[in-house]
Design a protein. Structure first.
Ligand code: PNS
Length: 159
């Protein structure tokens, strides 16, 4: 059985993330979508809120498990006997950071491979930060996130 992990902040999950998770779920027997919690980072949503949105958006995919983790990704993969990490690549600007992470993970835990999936071209510019920024000014985000996430984002920014 080949298990993969798709880690990220998912703050919030977007159609870009959903596309990558669904495609990765077809490539592996089990996919863990891992909502990472880093105490140094500021998130708009709590880890529970982020997990709930991820769960809701991917609930129809039987081989996806939604988990959260605070710590090194390599530690998560070791604990869960996962040998593949999935990351989405949008543009060449993602490459340097992603290469650094992939090499660091390999250095920390020899045996863990990172597999990159190219984003769908319609989401190549899309990020959680963009969604939050547009929403914070009351702009339309329904083309970037499912309606469930859209309502959670507006609820958060209305406060
Ligand atoms: O969605 P993001 O914010 O681009 O995801 C980045 C994330 C959370 C996958 C990355 O920061 C991460 O793996 N953090 C866990 C800490 C870790 O393992 N760091 C070493 C690799 S650089």
């Amino acid at each position: 059985m080949i298990k993969a992990a798709y880690p990220g902040s998912f703050d919030p999950i977007t159609f870009g993330h959903i596309d990558i998770a669904r495609r990765a779920s077809h490539l592996f027997d089990e996919l863990h979508v891992v909502v990472m919690e880093n105490k140094q980072k500021k998130y708009a949503f709590t880890v529970e809120e982020r997990m709930e949105m991820v769960r809701e958006c991917l609930k129809d995919v039987p081989n996806i498990r939604v988990e959260s983790f605070s710590g090194l990704l390599a530690e998560y993969t070791l604990k869960n006997e996962i040998n593949v990490v999935i990351r989405g690549l949008r543009a060449v600007t993602d490459f340097e950071y992603e290469m650094q992470m992939a090499l660091a993970n390999k250095e920390i835990l020899n045996g863990v491979e990172t597999v990159f999936l190219m984003t769908d071209k319609s989401f190549s510019f899309l990020s959680s930060s963009l969604v939050k920024e547009v929403a914070s000014f009351g702009g339309k985000i329904s083309q970037w996130v499912p309606s469930y996430v859209e309502s959670k984002v507006f609820e958060k920014f209305a406060r």
